[in-house]
Design a protein around this ligand. Structure first.
Ligand code: ZN
Length: 346
């Protein structure tokens, strides 16, 4: 009996020891893990700030050296101490740093003339895990900021008007009546991007129906309606690009096979997905009418509702996909005289 008691006591002690190691291990994980997580967040914030500052400097048209220096200055402002003060002020891409008690490196590189990459690597001391042999951990973060044209402009828009209805909630897949069934003082829902000089591009109306406008449009811009029912031109243009299967009665010259996508499963570059112009819901049409661009809407072309022969009453069936958000992505290309913006890309 006594022996058994002793054994039980021994196993209790052993269990306690094992439990303590496990608990200690978890405590180490929780505290050091939390600390590392915090450190990671902090470094990421610093790297983001530095990259954005560098990209902002590039956007101003400064030399690459200047962008590097500005990025470093931001690191300095955010608690990064450069081991050599010279490293802070020169444009060398890599430098040794300190952050609190920790040491590490910063590396700043420029990519494609318009991106600034900041890499921070800091060796952080562990509180608890050190006892178990893990004295420190490397925390590495990277951030890339890019500058470009703030995309309040959009290219490739089709000359079709969408007039939103206040009473309707537009969700992906919502059927919308794109073209007016009946002429509204000569208007059928087409737009003329090139009515007045300076022309937005050299494209003819038919070409804008086929390709979309080859120049930029922006919200707030005034454009004109194209009067008359252009349904034959629309069917011709859409059939040629595989956006629409033309009814036989239209006798189109060039029917490209229609893409098999659906409105809820389509490729990025699907020809049936097009962007059109949202115009003021209160617009009063009267012949060729000036209308203001209120936004841009992405739609999926479903098909044509048609009778036995081409008719004014034929309507294009489309589904609403989304209202284009021009605020977030940055455009590429020529940026002279346009508003520039910077954003994080990684
Ligand atoms: Zn497709």
């Amino acid at each position: 009996m006594r022996k058994l008691w002793k054994d039980e006591k021994g196993s209790v002690l052993l269990l306690t020891a094992v439990a303590m190691v496990v608990i200690f291990g978890f405590a180490a994980l929780a505290i050091d893990g939390g600390n590392l997580y915090h450190q990671h967040m902090k470094l990421q914030d610093i790297a983001d700030a530095c990259a954005l500052a560098g990209a902002q400097e590039l956007a101003k048209g400064s030399e690459e050296d200047e962008a590097t220096k500005v990025a470093k200055k931001y690191a300095d402002n955010n608690g990064i101490i450069f081991e050599k003060i010279d490293d802070l002020n020169n444009s060398d891409s890599k430098a040794n740093i300190k952050l609190g008690d920790d040491t590490g490196t910063i590396k700043i590189s420029l990519i494609d003339d318009n991106k600034v990459k900041v890499e921070l690597n800091v060796n952080t001391k562990n509180f608890f895990a050190g006892v178990l042999g893990f004295t420190s951990s490397d925390v590495a973060v990277a951030s890339v900021a890019k500058y470009g044209v703030a995309q309040q402009q959009i290219e490739g828009v089709f000359p079709l008007a969408f007039i939103p209805d206040d009473k309707v909630e537009y969700k992906t897949g919502k059927e919308i009546e794109l073209l007016f069934k009946e002429a509204d003082k000569g208007n059928y829902g087409y737009l003329d991007f090139n009515h007045k000089k300076p022309y937005l591009s050299d494209q003819k109306f038919e070409e804008t129906l086929e390709e979309g406008l080859d120049g930029p449009l922006s919200i707030g811009q005034d454009i004109y309606t194209q009067t008359g029912n252009e349904i034959k031109k629309l069917v011709e243009a859409f059939a040629a690009k595989g956006r629409l299967l033309a009814p036989k009665s239209y006798k189109v010259k060039n029917q490209h096979p229609v893409c098999k996508c659906t409105y809820n499963d389509y490729d990025e570059d699907c020809p049936r997905v097009i962007t059109i112009v949202m115009v003021d819901k209160d617009v009063k049409f009267n012949g060729k009418t000036e209308v203001q661009i209120k936004g841009f809407v992405k739609i999926f072309v479903e098909g044509l509702e048609s009778g036995d022969k081409p008719s004014d009453k034929d309507t294009l069936n489309v589904k609403y996909l989304e209202t284009v958000d021009l605020g977030s992505p940055l455009g590429e290309g020529d940026d002279d005289g346009m508003i520039k913006a910077v954003r994080l890309v990684e």
